[in-house]
Structure formats: structure tokens, C-alpha cells
Design a binder for this molecule. Structure first.
Ligand code: FEO
Length: 619
């Protein structure tokens, strides 16, 4: 039975998923499978865009025939001849002998190289900016050589503002029912695989990807249909911005990736100590054993992080086998613009460090930290200073981070932490954010509503993911902001802020007839204005999602002054009543919850207001 998905009124996904493939291109593990996307446009004339892999041809043909029925296929556009997208070419031509195979000169010769196929009579050769009119749609062809093969071309449909992007903007992972990136939590669940796909498949060709981005910038694009992974119809900026960084070999994040090769654990030990020193200074670190983690994951991490440390034992007078393979892989992927530190080990003739730096010197704009640590067999106490010195040199390239190396006493670490109290100097307001689903109204307190633009009126708000209201906004893409005034009493904050809508119905005993035009309830008392908004974009920021939203309605309820965070602390929040027995402990600045213990666990979350340890202070 065919299994397809509708994308627009006349465009269908007719691709397939492969969850049995162990190694993509024979080298990249794909534990979550992979999709081979193909698209069918049913216009006055019918157009198939690319085919599929040999292993999936049967199911793919079922999809195409299932959609076309007795209708003929007029065109097959071959954007990319790599066999994971062209293996069903012969079957398609056998089924539809009159089909025109739309390709360029290079693809034609590659098709002939790969397949015993008399293709000339079917071939329909196109060049840059040629347009194929299919009825309502005009398909324009854009050459994108070396993204990822020399024959690659993209197809742009101005009618639907869709870019069929071949390998660009693809992602590893089979599609599990969802076709669009906005149907999943892409940043959390798929961005790593999108990066691994980019880095390993097209990472070497940053210049060519940059050229493609340049062409794309001149197009009005509302949807991107790649050959692997999800279709992008919203938040396109998210993936385009990542491609811009990756193609320019700019790191996404400041932090240190430490890759080590260790036969008996001694090189690993040195790497671990270095990681600990860096963390003490608040620098983010991630570690990989190159003999355990597949190279494709480490290459991907290298594209992500700004600083790299390679720690390797010496083996056969060279670099350890798996580290050598990784370094060669990085050079082949054209990695650039990174700061690199090195630890070498060798019981009688350590040479791996010099060999690693010689190889990486072939890459552009690599800054080596001039403090290579050389170990003979195992790190000794007198060498700790060398590790500290390497750490200090790395830290000195993080301008926002202070040193906390040699004396890692608590006071020294505390000194170097960010002062959370600074954040309370910001002049926040306080708001009730309300949203609804089919069965329920809900609301929570936030302090993060900000106007972004005036024309049009647009606001942003960051909402904690633990709040039910957050999930409702993700689902419905709409919310109201009730702006709290100085008349708001503590019970309002208690009601909306210190209990979860997952446990109680916050509107059970409230009047709910006060609704704005979007049907969402607002809080009429203790507030001075209401804003209704529709989410246009959302960004995943770990604990919170930032929603960018267009204002659809806004009205004033009173002339009372808006409450600020400071006013809340000074005049509304009751001072915590601490009994004599509770001499030790921490109290939440936000809601007054008392934690009886000398220090809070790092991952502690206030059970009442969901704030973290940074909002607690000693009693
Ligand atoms: Fe999925 Fe370059 O092919």
C-alpha cells in the first residue's frame, strides 16, 4: 500500500524511510535510520523530483504509482545522481517510457556512468536559471556544484515559494510520521543529527554551500524540501543560520571539545584533569574517546565548538590509529577557524603532538595553544602545573571567563561565578500568560514579556518548559498577556505562580467569561492591560522556549501602574517567616519556599515557583 504525505494542494512527499541501513554511504552510522525524500507535483503536467535508493525502490514505486494512478508522469527532475536518490531511475523510465528526464550535462554523464540506460531520448537538458512551466508552476533550476556532488542542482518554484534543496538542509534520521520540522522539537531532538549530516556530507564544501546560500538569499522562500529529513515550512531561519555558520567554519558555541586516544587510560587521565580545570572556570567541555565514539560524531562536534583539544598516545612512532584517522578526517573536511590545544603521550619517544599539529597546520586559521603537554607513560604530580598552564592558556582565549585554576578552593570558584543578583537589577515587569487547549484554560506568571517592534506590534516572551501554559502555547500558537498592576496581591502570584496547571485547574473557581477575540481567557482584576498574540517563531533555549508573537489585540483596563519585579519584592511578597528552629537553610527569593540544608543541589528546582538555585539565598 502506498504511503505518502500531502505537502500543499498539489505537492506530495512520495519518499521512503530506511531503518535497516546500518551505515549511510558505507561509513556513517544511522542508528535512527534515514529518509530518502522524493516529491511529486501534480500540476497540469506531472513532475517527480528525484527517486530513491536501490533498497527502497519497491516501496517508492508503490508510492508514485499510488499517487498517479492512471495519469502519466511527464517529468522526472534529477537534482542529484548519487544512487541514494537515482537508483529507481530505470524503473521509472520503464513505467513511464515517455517521461522527460530533466537534468544538466554533468548529471547526464553521471547517469550514464552509473546505469546501463539508454537515456538520451528521454533527456531534457537544463542550465542555470532555465524554467520549466508545468501549468500553474514555473520551476527554475539553480546549479549547486559540490553541494555535494558536481552535478547537483536545485529547483525553485516561485508559485509556492518552495526550494527543493537536494542534499542541502538535510538531516539523518528516518521520519517517524512527522514530515515537517515544526512537528517535532527539532532543536532538541534533531539538530545534532542535522549538524552531523552537514559536517560529514557537505562539510568539506563550505565555499560552495556559501554560494548556494547567496543564491537562496535572493529568493522568496517559504518552504524547503531537502532529499533527507524534514521539510521546513516555518522557522526556516533556524536552519539557514546554522548553515551560514557551518559553511563559514564558524563555531556555533564557545567551549572546548576534548578528543583523546588512550591505550591504558593515562592520556585519558590527563584529558580528564584538563577538562575539570576548564570547567572550574565555567568553560563548557565535552569529551570523546576517539576509539569509542564514531568519527562522524566527533567531526560534527568539531563544527560545533570553538576550541579543540587532542590528547593522543604515540603508537608505532606516530599518532595513535584512531586519533590519526580523526585528524585526517578533519583535514579532509577542511576544518578552519579553531583554537587547538594538544596533549601527547609516549613512554620512550612521544611524537604524537608534533605530528598532530603538523597535520592540522594544513587547515586554515588554526591557532595552536603554545603549551603542548608531553607525558611519558603517566601524568606525575610535578606535571600538574603543565596541565594548569595549558588550561590557563585556553582560558585566556575566553575573554568573559576569569581564571580559577591552581587554587580551586570554594571561595576562588565562587569569586569567578557570575553574580545572579545582577540579573535582578533589570527592570522586569510581571505578567499572567494565559493559553488554552480543547478542554482547559491555564495561566502562569512570567517576567519576560518585551515589545520587540512597533510596526507591526510584536512581542517576545520566554516561558519555562515545565509550565503547562508553555505546552499549550506550543500546541495552539496563541496566548494572552495580562499585565499585572501594583494593586496585584500576593494571592495572585501564589495562584498563578506557585502551583502547576498540571495538578490543579487554576480557573476552576474563576469567572472565565473575560476572553479576547482569540477565545483565550484573560485576568480582568489586578491588571491594567491585555495583549493577545499569535506566535510567529519559537526558539528552544534549554529550560525555556522564547516565543516571538504578533500582537492581534491590545486593550487598556486601568490607569494603575504596572508592577515591577522590584516593587513585588519590596511591597507585595511577604517576608519569609522563619522559625527559630530553622536557622540553617536557603530561602527562595521568588516565593519564600525554605530549603532546609546548607547548600542546594545544582539541579534543584523550587517545588513552588520552579526557579533554580540562583534564586535562593541563605536564611
Ligand atoms: Fe543523499 Fe549526496 O546524497
Amino acid at each position: 500500500m502506498f504511503c505518502t504525505k500531502r505537502i500543499t494542494e498539489d505537492l506530495y512527499w512520495v519518499g521512503v524511510n530506511d531503518r535497516r541501513l546500518a551505515m549511510f554511504e558505507g561509513v556513517y552510522s544511522v542508528p535512527n535510520g534515514v529518509s530518502y525524500n522524493s516529491y511529486l507535483l501534480i500540476d497540469k503536467q506531472t513532475v517527480l523530483i528525484d527517486t530513491t535508493d536501490k533498497a527502497m525502490t519497491h516501496r517508492f514505486i508503490e508510492n508514485v504509482v499510488g499517487m498517479l494512478g492512471s495519469v502519466q508522469l511527464d517529468y522526472l527532475i534529477v537534482q542529484h545522481v548519487e544512487p541514494d536518490h537515482s537508483a529507481a531511475l530505470k524503473e521509472i523510465i520503464n513505467l513511464y517510457p515517455d517521461v522527460k528526464v530533466v537534468c544538466n550535462d554533468k548529471s547526464l554523464s553521471l547517469i550514464k556512468q552509473f546505469y546501463d540506460l539508454d537515456i538520451d531520448s528521454n533527456a531534457y537538458i537544463v542550465k542555470e536559471n532555465d524554467i520549466l512551466c508545468t501549468g500553474k508552476h514555473n520551476l527554475k533550476f539553480l546549479m549547486a556544484p559540490m553541494v555535494h556532488w558536481p552535478e547537483v542542482m536545485l529547483t525553485y518554484d516561485a508559485e509556492s515559494k518552495t526550494l527543493f534543496s537536494a542534499d542541502a538542509f538535510g538531516c539523518f534520521g528516518a521520519l517517524n510520521g512527522a514530515l515537517f520540522s515544526d512537528e517535532v522539537d527539532f532543536n532538541k531532538d534533531y539538530m545534532d543529527e542535522a549538524r552531523r549530516y552537514y559536517a560529514n556530507i557537505v562539510g568539506k564544501y563550505g565555499t560552495q554551500v556559501g554560494a548556494l546560500l547567496g543564491k537562496a538569499a535572493s529568493l522568496d522562500i517559504e518552504m524547503i524540501c531537502p532529499l533527507h529529513g524534514f521539510v521546513w515550512r516555518s522557522n526556516i531561519k533556524t536552519i539557514v543560520e546554522k548553515y551560514s555558520l557551518w559553511s563559514d567554519y564558524q563555531a556555533e558555541e564557545k567551549g572546548v571539545m576534548i578528543a583523546y586516544a588512550s591505550v591504558y587510560g593515562n592520556t585519558e587521565n590527563a584529558a580528564e584533569i584538563l577538562a575539570g580545570k576548564l570547567r572550574d572556570s565555567g568553560i563548557r567541555t565535552i569529551m570523546y574517546d576517539v576509539s569509542v565514539t564514531p568519527s562522524s560524531e566527533i567531526v560534527s562536534a568539531v563544527f560545533r565548538w570553538s576550541h579543540l583539544v587532542f590528547a593522543s598516545t604515540t603508537y608505532n612512532a606516530g599518532i595513535f590509529i584512531t586519533m590519526d584517522a580523526l585528524i585526517e578526517d578533519l583535514v579532509a573536511h577542511n576544518i578552519q577557524n579553531r583554537t587547538v590545544g594538544i596533549i601527547e603521550n609516549g613512554s620512550w619517544a612521544p611524537t604524537s603532538g608534533g605530528l598532530i599539529s603538523a597535520k592540522l597546520s594544513k587547515c586554515k586559521n588554526i591557532t595552536f595553544i603554545d603549551k603542548t603537554v608531553s607525558i611519558k607513560s603517566g601524568l606525575k604530580i610535578h606535571q600538574l602545573k603543565e596541565i594548569e598552564s595549558l588550561a590557563e592558556s585556553i582560558i585566556s582565549t575566553f575573554p568573559d571567563v576569569k581564571k580559577a585554576i591552581s587554587n580551586n578552593s570554594e571561595s576562588s570558584i565562587a569569586q569567578n561565578r557570575l553574580e545572579p543578583a545582577t540579573m535582578f537589577k533589570l527592570s522586569y515587569g510581571l505578567f499572567v500568560i494565559t493559553a488554552k487547549d480543547k478542554n482547559k484554560d491555564n495561566g502562569c506568571i512570567v517576567n519576560t514579556v518585551t515589545q520587540i517592534t512597533e510596526k507591526p506590534f510584536r512581542i517576545s516572551v520566554a516561558v519555562n518548559k515545565m509550565n503547562l501554559t508553555h505546552d499549550m502555547i506550543i500546541e495552539s500558537k496563541e496566548f494572552n498577556v495580562s499585565i499585572l498592576s501594583e494593586k496585584a496581591q500576593f494571592k495572585v502570584f501564589e495562584h498563578f505562580g506557585f502551583q502547576s496547571g498540571r495538578d490543579v485547574n487554576k480557573f476552576l473557581n474563576c469567572k472565565t467569561e473575560n476572553r479576547s477575540e482569540n477565545g483565550i481567557v484573560y485576568v480582568p482584576n489586578y491588571t491594567n492591560g491585555v495583549i493577545s498574540a499569535k506566535v510567529s517563531e519559537s526558539y528552544d533555549y534549554g529550560t525555556h522556549t522564547i516565543f516571538i508573537a504578533d500582537v492581534t489585540q491590545a486593550f487598556v483596563l486601568s490607569d494603575d501602574k504596572s508592577v515591577t519585579y522590584q516593587y513585588y519584592f519590596d511591597n507585595i511578597k511577604p517576608k519569609p517567616a522563619i522559625s527559630k528552629e530553622q536557622k540553617k537553610g536557603m530561602v527562595c527569593r521568588i516565593c519564600g519556599y525554605v530549603y532546609e540544608g546548607e547548600s542546594l543541589p545544582d539541579d534543584f528546582i523550587c517545588p513552588l515557583c520552579k526557579h533554580g538555585p540562583e534564586d535562593f539565598e541563605p536564611i
